[in-house]
Structures are given as structure tokens and as C-alpha cells.
Design a protein around this ligand. Structure first.
Ligand SMILES: [Fe+2]
Length: 205
């Protein structure tokens, strides 16, 4: 029989209260608890053209993307969510993109749902197998467990998407920082083209 006095070992009166989150289709989460900003200067080592990146840093250090987060307990059972806005732009012929990460708990999945703009979801296994999903408004990309992921703005407007993931998944940036992705997304003749990354270092194992 359902026990009204307790729920999952917690007293009913101690349960977290439901949250209502307005999401703007152009700007993502309207009033986030936290905003993480990544500027050109935070992306050292991520792009092919280091010289052009350095030039961008010295010429105004533009915002490349921001993550707008709602505070959710980082505990099993919760679903964390945020929105990411990637600015339009390129470093040389390489589109602005996120750093990319895998999950600390690698057996956790994630959902990306595109709200505005367009771009690519780039995913990679530990063995360097790559998969891409073209994202545009209304497209949902499902990132299965064990796939590292990065997003790339291949359009000329802000690329905005909602993310949902197990709140205890955790983030691991170290492997991508050290090894990169096996592929890069470049602009060639006005089109987004996936090319081998000459800087890619396969991770051990
Ligand atoms: Fe993730």
C-alpha cells in the first residue's frame, strides 16, 4: 500500500518542490540560476587555427557560447536541464563550437532539442567512431550512453538547444581536451564539411 507519510525514504514534507521554467525559443531558459560563458580565450587548443584564435582573443575575445542552467540536485533520479546558445562565427574556416565532453558516468545518455538556428551534434566513441546529427528547430538528437559530444554552429544565427540529462551524469572535459574529436566541421565553399582532424590523438584503450 502507498505510504502517504514517506516517499522513497523521504518525508513528504521534505520533497523538492516542482519547478516551472519559461523557455524562450530564441534565447533558451529565460531566468537561469547560473550562466556559464565560454569566450575565445577559454578555447585554447580546441581549434585547428591557433594563430587566428589568438588574434580573436586579442581583438575583443568574443563570446563563443553560453550555457544557461537551472539548479537541480546532482543526484540519481533527477533530470538536469539547460539551454546552450552558440554564437555564429568561425575561427579560420572552423565553425564556433562547444568544448565537448563525455559524462563522468559514461553509461548515461542525453537529449538535445533544437530551438533555433542550425548546427551539428558531433558524437564520438572512445574508439574514435564518429556520428553526426544535423540539428534545426524541432529536431531532437539522442546521445546514447558512452558517446562524447560537441555541438557546432554551422549557420549564421545563434544556434540554440535544450539539453536534458541524468543529473548525476557528471562532466568529463579532460579526454576531449587532450585527444580532441577525430573529425572537425569546416566551412568549404559555403557548406559545412566534415574532415579528419589532423590533431586527433586516439585515447588509450
Ligand atoms: Fe553531456
Amino acid at each position: 500500500m502507498f505510504d502517504l507519510e514517506s516517499c522513497g525514504g523521504q518525508k513528504m514534507e521534505n520533497l523538492m518542490q516542482p519547478i516551472r521554467t519559461p523557455v524562450d525559443f530564441k534565447k533558451g531558459i529565460v531566468a537561469p540560476d547560473r550562466v556559464i560563458e565560454r569566450k575565445a580565450g577559454d578555447m585554447e587548443g580546441m581549434y585547428q587555427d591557433e594563430l587566428t584564435l589568438k588574434k580573436l582573443v586579442s581583438q575583443g575575445n568574443p563570446l563563443m557560447y553560453q550555457v544557461r542552467q537551472v539548479d537541480i540536485p546532482e543526484e540519481m533520479g533527477h533530470i538536469a536541464y539547460s539551454t546552450t546558445i552558440i554564437s555564429p562565427g568561425k575561427v579560420g574556416n572552423e565553425y564556433f563550437m562547444t568544448k565537448g565532453h563525455s559524462h563522468a558516468k559514461e553509461n548515461t545518455a542525453e537529449i538535445y532539442f533544437c530551438l533555433a538556428g542550425e548546427g551539428y551534434l558531433l558524437m564520438q566513441t572512445r574508439k574514435g567512431i564518429v556520428s553526426t546529427t544535423h540539428m534545426k528547430p524541432g529536431i531532437l538528437g539522442y546521445i546514447p550512453p558512452y558517446w562524447a559530444h560537441r555541438t557546432i554552429n554551422s549557420g549564421n544565427k545563434e544556434f540554440v538547444f535544450l539539453t536534458l540529462f541524468p543529473a548525476d551524469a557528471g562532466h568529463n572535459y579532460e579526454v576531449i581536451q587532450r585527444c580532441g574529436f577525430a573529425k572537425v566541421m569546416l566551412e568549404e565553399g559555403g557548406r559545412a564539411v566534415l574532415r579528419d582532424n589532423p590533431k586527433y590523438v586516439p585515447p588509450d584503450g
